[in-house]
Write a protein that binds this ligand. Sequence first.
Ligand SMILES: NC(=O)c1ccc[n+]([C@@H]2O[C@H](COP(=O)([O-])OP(=O)(O)OC[C@H]3O[C@@H](n4cnc5c(N)ncnc54)[C@H](O)[C@@H]3O)[C@@H](O)[C@H]2O)c1
Length: 254
Amino acid sequence: MLSRLGMKGEAVVITGGGAGIGKAAAAALCELGATSVIVGRTESTLLATRDEFRAKGWLCETFVADVSKEADVASLARWAGNRFGAVKAVVNNAGDNFSSPIDALPTEQWRRLMATNLDSVYFMCRDFIPLLLKCSRPSIVNVASTFGVIGNPRMPAYCATKGAVVNLTRQLAIDYGGKGLRVNSVCPGSTLSPRYKGYVDKGMVDMNAVRARIMLGRPAECEEIGDVIAFLVSDAASFVTGATMLVDGGQTIH
Ligand SMILES: NC(=O)c1ccc[n+]([C@@H]2O[C@H](COP(=O)([O-])OP(=O)(O)OC[C@H]3O[C@@H](n4cnc5c(N)ncnc54)[C@H](O)[C@@H]3O)[C@@H](O)[C@H]2O)c1
């Protein structure tokens, strides 16, 4: 199995790879030998992560893009095509949240979450599938959420986008399975990323309630999600497609 986890010489593109779950996935993929291409909006964050990775001897490239923008994703795909020719996998991880009941939800926040969490996945899949199909055993991993399979108070836009990502994943797995492309979603539960820690610091998260609803009694570290993403990208998961992989410490089993 160890040899099937290896990805030496292969390029994997991770959106939102400069921080949080995306960074952890990029690190795990680097450890398996891949070249991680980390994509984000803030160049300084990307370069800091790249330098941290390169100091460990890992292969890492950066690309500045807002993946909610069609033109940015088109530029990214063009660059990746010229730089690598073929791409082993895309990890659609970039995402954001906004909390409000629907009767107080501003249209611009609804549209912003649709663009960040869902349009980005559409643009990335559409523009990268030709590059993925040039690779043997390619795959896409879409980072959804437990709130893509269950609801949560005051998160109508987030739950809608993540539910859509889960079912878009199944749909793509149907259309491209015959061409050898695997498409899976990973649904993290509460995970201690910078964004999540920011919510905790602002008092927006009741940690006692979070611990109580997770069977393992604690939130995840980013690495615990990143490792599952890297496994799904690897050939060790060669018969897994269309899966909705809950990585939630047992949050959704009851
Ligand atoms: N942290 C959690 O508890 C949790 C739980 C379930 C699902 N998720 C999902 O996991 C993913 C990563 O979340 P995280 O908590 O690590 O977030 P994070 O904010 O800590 O990291 C996300 C990264 O994506 C980048 N990003 C956001 N919008 C972007 C855009 N339009 N273009 C390019 N880059 C963009 C951010 O700048 C950041 O670097 C998201 O899709 C999120 O919805 C997180």
